[in-house]
Design a protein around this ligand. Structure first.
Ligand SMILES: [Zn+2]
Length: 125
């Protein structure tokens, strides 16, 4: 019977290992969830003090130097957003309009400085 006992022991150990792994995974998820809650609380504390400094309140030097980073970061975000808006804005300007003309032979819009029409190939007057 010793051989069967060994097999049973092996099976029991394997089951235990699997259960432990499942339990460890569950606990990891729980710890991560708790960490997220903690981060949210810390962020709230940060927002509380940032709001005070936004209102002109002067806090201790260390906090004020961290706040400089907040101000710099906000400025960068604003600049990036302005850049995005500039990219979205319509590109056609009156200047560009003035630099084009219509070919008198075929009527196609071509560059004002073009010597020949790109559409019909006729020399421009
Ligand atoms: Zn033409």
């Amino acid at each position: 019977m010793a051989f069967l006992d060994k097999i049973n022991d092996f099976a029991k150990t394997a089951t235990e290992k699997t259960n432990n792994a499942i339990e460890a995974t569950k606990l990891s998820a729980k710890a991560e969830s708790e960490q997220r809650s903690l981060n949210a609380i810390i962020q709230k504390i940060g927002e509380y003090y940032v709001a005070k400094m936004d209102n002109g309140e002067v806090l201790d030097d260390e906090v004020m130097s961290i706040y400089e980073g907040v101000v710099a970061s906000r400025k960068t975000i604003t600049e990036i957003r302005e850049e995005i808006e500039a990219l979205k804005a319509p590109k056609e300007t009156p200047l560009e309009k003035a630099s084009s003309k219509f070919c008198p032979y075929c009527g196609k819009e071509i560059e004002a400085s073009a010597k020949f029409c790109l559409n019909c190939g006729k020399q421009q007057p």
